[in-house]
Design a protein around this ligand. Structure first.
Ligand code: OVV
Length: 403
């Protein structure tokens, strides 16, 4: 007899590489095998723990004391290897430090601040929607998703007018860098120096226009709410996480609806459903597919004992399609579904700080299009865009029919 309980389960193991071209291109068959294998699975390829079911992903995201972020939200363990850039004071930090920086950001990207942007953002959303419907045929990525966020977000931050073409490559780099040392990550880092230089310069006080989010971060430092050396890193967080995410959010939403035109009909009949359509599209085709955590202690999850200091890969996109949570039709896009509990923005203390901005941008663009177009359809095969963390498209050719 021993006083220790015997392991309740043998932890299943899968040989797949979730960062392979095949799975990044179409992850959903793998997600199903991952969920069916068990609540916790070993990924032998990287000697990692992984979770793909909603309940365990959700619970791990909420348990910041056990599943910490300070050792990195990617595969690299900051306790063992030097990060590719100084760690984020938000994403790659834990309470109590995280609480200070997060509270400052919550005060700046506040519902009130975002409400004040609504009118200006709306004018540009109406303009681009009108242009697209006039054209009839366009690329939902190149002509819309990659255009609108860059018309509104950099000005809201107060960024310099020149060099903004660095924003998309920097976002792609930041999200590729969470992955393993594969071709995607290596290629992104190889071309990074000039991009990183522009980003660093743009985070400085002198670069940021008065009144914008960037200047407000510096004002928080002046008030003593932050150390001065923290200000540029918090501006960097906005630039890392605020552009590509919304580009993918718009593109994935339009892809979801164009490949399910019956759902566009529902939205066109009632454009006020735009916010629901966005949540359902985030659930169905989540832009941020994965994040890592590191265990701060030995922890038993559903009978698997995960040792202290283990990297754990959380599959947000898989949790968002788990039939155990969403029901048998989890793989169906249904904008009338109650999708708002998805984990596409994360969950718990790290849940996306820019969420109100992302929601505003997508609501305005989608409402403007839904009013003007009675129909949307794909006119060709969408082309996947590969990234170690983000799922999306480099081209989604569509045709819309004016209402
Ligand atoms: C790429 C990314 C996502 C979320 C947060 C951050 C970066 C950050 O720099 O804080």
């Amino acid at each position: 007899m021993t006083s220790q309980a015997a392991p309740v389960v043998t932890t299943p193991s899968l040989p797949d590489d979730p960062f392979s071209t095949e799975i990044l291109t179409d992850p959903y068959e793998f997600h199903q095998r991952l969920r069916e294998a068990g609540p916790v699975v070993r990924l032998a390829h990287y000697d990692l723990y992984a979770m793909g079911r909603f309940d365990e992903v959700h619970a791990s995201l909420r348990d910041w004391e056990t599943f910490i972020s300070g050792r990195g939200a990617g595969l690299a363990d900051f306790a063992r290897e030097t990060p590719w850039r100084p760690p984020s004071l938000l994403l790659e930090a834990d309470p109590p430090n995280h609480t200070v920086t997060r509270n400052v950001m919550n005060g700046i990207v506040s519902p009130r601040a975002v409400r004040a942007l609504r009118e200006g953002f709306s004018v540009l959303a109406e303009e681009i929607a009108e242009r697209m419907v006039e054209r009839g045929e366009f690329d939902a990525v190149a002509d819309l998703a990659e255009v609108y966020p860059l018309q509104v977000f950099p000005d809201a931050v107060g960024l310099p007018a020149t060099g903004r073409e660095n924003l998309l490559p920097y976002g792609a780099l930041a999200f590729n860098a969470f992955g393993p040392d594969n071709e995607l990550r290596r290629a992104a880092l190889a071309g990074a120096a000039a991009v990183q230089e522009w980003i660093a310069a743009s985070c400085q006080r002198e670069a940021l226009a008065p009144g914008g989010f960037g200047a407000q971060i510096w004002a928080a430092a002046d008030r003593g709410d932050l150390l001065p050396e923290q200000a540029p890193l918090l501006v960097r967080s906005l630039l890392s996480a605020g552009v590509d995410t919304t580009v993918y959010g718009i593109a994935n939403t339009l892809y979801s609806l164009a490949s399910n035109p019956d759902q566009w009909d529902v939205l066109h009949a009632d454009p006020k459903l735009a916010r629901f359509a966005f949540d359902e599209a985030l659930r169905w085709e989540s832009p941020v597919q994965t994040f890592f955590r590191t265990t701060s202690r030995e922890v038993d999850v559903a009978g698997t004992v995960i040792p202290e200091g283990s990297k754990v890969l959380l599959f947000l996109g898989s949790a968002n399609r788990d039939p155990r949570h969403w029901g048998e039709d989890a793989n169906r896009l249904d904008i009338r579904r109650k999708a708002s509990g998805h984990v596409a923005f994360g969950m718990g203390v790290h849940q996306c700080v820019g969420q109100p901005l992302a929601r505003l941008e997508v609501e305005l663009v989608l409402t403007a299009l839904a009013r003007r177009a009675r129909r949307i359809e794909l006119t060709g095969t969408p082309v996947p865009k590969l990234n170690n963390t983000l799922k999306g498209w480099s081209s989604v050719p569509v045709r819309v029919e004016a209402a």
